[in-house]
Design a protein. Sequence first.
Length: 105
Amino acid sequence: MIDKRDPPAVDDDESDRPIAYEDDRLLDEPEVKEITKLSQTTRWRKRKKGEFPPLILGRFHTMGQIREWKARERKKAEARAEAALTKSEMPPSRGRPPRTVEQVE
């Protein structure tokens, strides 16, 4: 029997639903490698250190896990870059002091 009812209306508020569903999608090894640009060994090492999300069902990651990981990595990189700028503004603390004009002559 064919259901002749109208399909349910889609709310404008649900426009982000595909992203939510996308976060639950399981990614296999080649997809994770393509997204993260990390080899399987590097991901394994990071996972052991707690720096990479754990596997689901022993061999998969979700898109949401990878997005969260990439966001954390981006924040770490920004913090390192800001720290490097702050450090470069400070005078050097080691080594020979730079020569002044009077010392050269």
